[in-house]
Write a protein that binds this ligand. Sequence first.
Ligand code: NDP
Length: 609
Amino acid sequence: MGCEPTRTPPADQVDIAALRRRYAAERDKRLNSEGEAQYVRVSGDFNDLYVSDPHLPVVPRLPVHEELDVAVLGAGFGGILASYYLTKAGIGSFRNIDHAGDFGGVWYWNRYPGVQCDNDSYCYLPLLEETGFMPSKKFADGAEIYGYCKVIADRFGLTERALFHTLITSIKWEESDQRWLIETNRGDRIRARFVIMAAGVLNMPKLPGIHGIDSFKGKMFHTARWDYDYTGGAPGNPALDKLGDKTVAIVGTGATAIQAIPHLARHAKLLYVIQRTPSTVDERPNPPTDDGWAKVLQPGWQAERRANFHRAAMEFFAPGEPDLICDIWTEISRNLAAELAAEGWPALTPEEFMARRERVDFQVMERLRGRVEELVDDPADVEALKPWYRYQCKRPLSSDDFYPVFNRDNVELIDVSTTKGVERMTEHGFVAGGKEYPIDCMVLASGFEVTSDLERRWGIGAVQGRDGKSIYDHWRNGPKTLHGVMTHGFPNMFFIGYIQGGLMASVTEQFGRQGEHAAYIIAETMMRGAKAVEPSQAAQDEYVKTFQELEIDQSAFQRECTPSYFTNEGVVKAPWALFRQWGPGWDAFMKMLADWRDKGDMAGMEITS
Ligand code: NDP
């Protein structure tokens, strides 16, 4: 298997110097000195955008007062995989706790019309070999993934233990009984020996801090809380039949927006698409799963496929290695590998290799800008929709339906790039270019809090370790951990996420391995009859120092990028920068953890009996 390189404009027709100048100008136009502060925290009037659940009714229940071994905070893929590894480690006393009404995490909340995975499903959906499940197509629909989360939960006995529609309000370490006390908005008091924080990366809606947003009197909702009562239709049935007499605006043209926009365009009387920075939007062939292919897959195929994806997206193919993924995520590596193969794999210095890679990047971006010209009629829209930055400054997207939307009479593209976003909102609508646009409904496809302060993202009032120390203060300037999963002063607490560890292109693989490591430490601690485990200060200091020494400095690349949550809104070396990683790479990180576990001595941990 494998695929051919794409046809991009030839290198000698790409004026790299001119493109560099254009990229820099576009970045400067978009840089916002406010950084993360340009977004409004979900609270007060906006609290409903996070707390309320449009999908399932909240059923009254009695408060839970109990003791258990492990509380897993979150029931998305991070929490599900942590629990899966707990069961594998023989631990039976645990619960997933989530403020959603079911398993699924982002796939529970995000049911907007058109929601679909835009990564290769055969990589993204975890435990396919363990469950025997096979996605129905390359880019699975959101409903299928949500359903699959429940399949895993049922298969591995997580369902009956879970506590849903439960928002954690505080987590405090109680030295007297060496347990965490977890309190919730349902009056629960749960005393857990261990806590796994699997809150997710895209859990907290991010609201654009548009001046006057709270004065708008029309309907407004975030895509992660789609209001089908208002729009008509239902999850999986995007017939938005109540919008026929409505003027709708959508803020954003990111991964979410480009999936929802074709449906809004089809049904709204008039749709304004408010764009600040254009995305790269490639074609999206989405074939059904080939049964013949699926039948002959050999054990270990998913790990192999994920490793192939990781090399293509974040490292590079080995000579002769086929591209198993064959989509936008792997195009640059695929094209470059084809060039190098044709040249007999010349020996290149790292600088030469990176220069070649950058040139292919320019060619691929030219190809993607060419798509806009092919598919959009209006010359002004064509110019506004062309992305001017390096691939991977923003999340690469694919859709066959997005660009043609702008050829419809009822769709208007509102370019707000020069004003760094929507100028302001009024009682009746929004203002752009000095003109007020009256609307009935504003849909916020404005993304999620990914790199803002931890407190803002977790939304948990207090998380206090030893001596009442707040984790928010402890990590004010970024995380300090051992192996990215534990921190000194917060015994028996584990973290799943993008926190000072290895980085893997397949996020569910990364979270799963963190869960596996946490489950090992918990099982080992319990087996020793110990009460508490935490990294020693010395071991943590040593790990943090090594992490920083080995880290590959990406600031030059990031400095040149148009801002996004991929690049911390333009703040280089931000404390919670997303893609900080163990420098020697994912495989080296995995080996280090496996070796550490194999030795069995819990080196660097302080264990309290
Ligand atoms: P993004 O953060 O990617 O996009 C937010 C959009 O809102 C951007 O276009 C942004 O513009 C725009 N925006 C924010 N504030 C303003 C403002 N004040 N004025 C105008 N525009 C504004 O969020 P998404 O929800 O689209 O995607 C988030 C992530 O969710 C994805 O990157 C992906 O990881 C995940 N996702 C995954 C999917 C999957 O299939 N696996 C599908 C959908 C989402 P600007 O670019 O200028 O900041």
